[in-house]
Design a protein around this ligand. Sequence first.
Ligand SMILES: [Zn+2]
Ligand SMILES: [Zn+2]
Length: 267
Amino acid sequence: MLWIDYIMKNYHTHTFRCKHASGDVKDYVKVAIENGITVLGISDHTPLPDNRWLNVRMHFSELGNYVNAIISAKSEFTQIKILKGMECEYAKEYHSFYQEKLLGEYGFDYLIGAPHYFTDGNEWKNTYGDLVHGKDLIAYGNYVVESMQSGLFRFIAHPDLFGNSYLPWDENTIACSKDILQAAEELKIPLEINGLGFRKPRVNSPKGKRRMYPLDEFWELASGYNISVVLNSDAHRPQDVAASIDKGLAMAQKYQLKIADLADLEE
Ligand SMILES: [Zn+2]
Ligand SMILES: [Zn+2]
């Protein structure tokens, strides 16, 4: 595959249903076609059977409507490959919903594992704000590894999301990152270099201003593992459907990371 091909695919796209994105499936598809995107994966934040964390996702009752919006776009726009996906928080109690409903009954092409929340087995915490101590990083790392071990997810979104709240790069971030990278290597699960992180405001770390994520230190460490990466825009607005994928590619090239081949999803 040529380098250019990698930035012509985006597997991480939202819709208005999650309440912090705009536009519906067809709005993203139209901009994707204008930008020469050849494969567009729609992957809104999953609804959950108990409507947990409802402020950042669709209501469970909107699942059918979301699926229909993708089906309708697929039949209207045949010049682009559209994939039916979902971005999911892993919890044991949702395993059968993901496996049997989404991948089974609804025939989703793929699910993305995405650690916006994490748990130490007792309470759930938000990566945005609650991830400040070493023990939080341990819990986050374990949670991401457990998500990978579930076998449900085609890749893991923004594994280095911890950088939005945990500001130093220290022995805790190194240990957490190594746990995630080692599991990704062993389980052969690609990790995403998330484009949205390139477009977000920077934070003040002890070493000065930096991105919340993707973290250079994380991906530099990743170069020592036999892992592969997925480059996505994580679009929350139609005009961002192809955004920052080139930056993800530059990062992958800088650290000589292998790009994952997700062509099986197109079959
Ligand atoms: Zn989102
Ligand atoms: Zn997302």
